[in-house]
Structures are given as C-alpha cells and as structure tokens.
Design a protein around this ligand. Structure first.
Ligand SMILES: Cc1cc2nc3c(=O)[nH]c(=O)nc-3n(C[C@H](O)[C@H](O)[C@H](O)COP(=O)(O)O)c2cc1C
Length: 206
C-alpha cells in the first residue's frame, strides 16, 4: 500500500515537509510506502474552467506537475496534503494545484483515506485545515483524524521539532491512517462499496 504526500510549500525542506515527514515515518513503520509530490516554486496555473478534463481525465496544462500527480494519486491508496499557512488560509499555489487535481477527476479517488495538515507560525492553521478538508469531503474520501486538529507551529524546521504536541499529532495521524488503510484492505471483496445514486445537481435553491 502507498500513500501520496503532497508538500504544498514552495520550500522542499521547510516546516511543512518536517511535519509531513513525521506522518510518513509512522506510515513506513507500519509497512506503508510513501511517495512525495512537491508543488515547487514554478508558477502553477489556476483552473480555467474549460471542462476539457471531464472528457480527457487530465488537465490541459501539462507543465506544472498536476497531471503527474493525478497519476500518482490514482496509483496510491491514501493521501496526505500539507500546507504552510498564508494569510490564514492554505498556500494559494497549492489551492490552484488541488483545484485542478480534483476537478472532474475525483471519482478515481473515492474511498481513498485522506488527511490535511497545516503549519503556521502563529495563527490561521485551523481555517487552512478546514479548507483543505473540503477537497476530500466532496470526493467520497474518508477523512483520517488524529488526537488534535492536524496542526504544527513554527517558522523553521527546528521550531517544529520543539512542538512536541504538534509532532505527536502527526505521528498519531500516521498510525490512524495506516490502521484505516489496513481495515479497508482487509475488507476488500467482503464488504462491497456503498451504492451510489446518480448525482442530483441543483444549481440554485427554489
Ligand atoms: C505570504 C505569507 C503569509 C503568511 N501568513 C501567515 C499567517 O497568516 N499566519 C501564520 O501564522 N503564519 C503565516 N506565515 C508564516 C508561514 O505560515 C510559516 O512560515 C510556515 O511555517 C512556512 O512553511 P514552510 O517552511 O513549509 O514554507 C506566512 C508566510 C508567508 C510567506
């Protein structure tokens, strides 16, 4: 089994990576592989709502890693997304990345457990955590929880390492995700996936 870890910070080895690594180490201890996708520092296109992905399954923009990440997520059994907090929300570049990762493609991600983690210096992590969970809860992805909201505090990796409770929350999250992945794997073939109704779409409220 494999979990995709998306680092939504421009910094490859910053605080977000430090928190993600704590989760990944715990998953690896439970014999779950981890694969990292770093959104990087290059420009990431926002979704232009062209709707082409509904027929092709991929994004029309093929130069910023989103299409590779779609493929990685399809091949993975679970997902963890980490973000630094920017103005009390997730990094805007990460939101652009995730809008295109999920839009019209999320049927392929259904029933894969997912979790968001947010790191901030001081405030806004809870709002960022809530925002990221929205991608999962509209996509039939079971959200994995921990002993606290998945938040760490610090401006540098060293400060994160001093956030004892934050790191413990990350480790608990890793173990909880491993447990859920094993439960789902064990139940394969024995418990059918839930029946889906054909989607009702009402674009306004009468
Ligand atoms: C544009 C910008 C906005 C930020 N806004 C906040 C904020 O609202 N609250 C906060 O506590 N820290 C804020 N920070 C600090 C970052 O959340 C913090 O540096 C974070 O740990 C960076 O993660 P990284 O090392 O993975 O890039 C901001 C940083 C930047 C660059």
């Amino acid at each position: 089994m494999q979990v995709l870890m998306i680092n939504g910070s421009p910094k490859k080895n910053g605080t977000t990576a430090t928190a993600l690594n704590e989760v990944a180490t715990e998953l690896q201890k439970q014999d779950i592989k981890t694969v990292f996708c770093h959104i990087g520092t290059k420009a990431i296109h926002g979704c232009i709502a062209c709707g082409k992905c509904a027929t092709t399954g991929v994004c029309v923009f093929d130069d910023d890693g989103v299409n590779e990440c779609i493929d990685l997520l399809k091949k993975s059994d679970g997902l963890v997304v980490g973000t630094p907090v920017y103005y009390a929300g997730p990094n805007g570049a990460l939101c652009a990345f995730l809008d295109r990762l999920f839009y019209s493609k999320s049927a392929a991600y259904a029933y894969k457990p997912a979790a968001a983690i947010a790191n901030c210096r001081r405030g806004g992590a809870s709002a960022s955590f809530d925002r990221l969970n929205k991608y999962f809860t509209i996509s039939h992805m079971p959200v994995v929880s921990s002993q606290y909201w998945n938040i760490t505090h610090g401006l540098t990796p060293d400060e994160i390492r001093q956030d004892e409770e934050g790191l413990q929350t990350m480790r608990t999250l890793g173990r909880n995700m491993a447990w859920l992945l094993k439960c789902i794997d064990y139940a394969k073939g024995a418990v059918p996936l839930p029946e889906k109704e054909s989607p009702a779409r009402t674009n306004f409220i009468r």
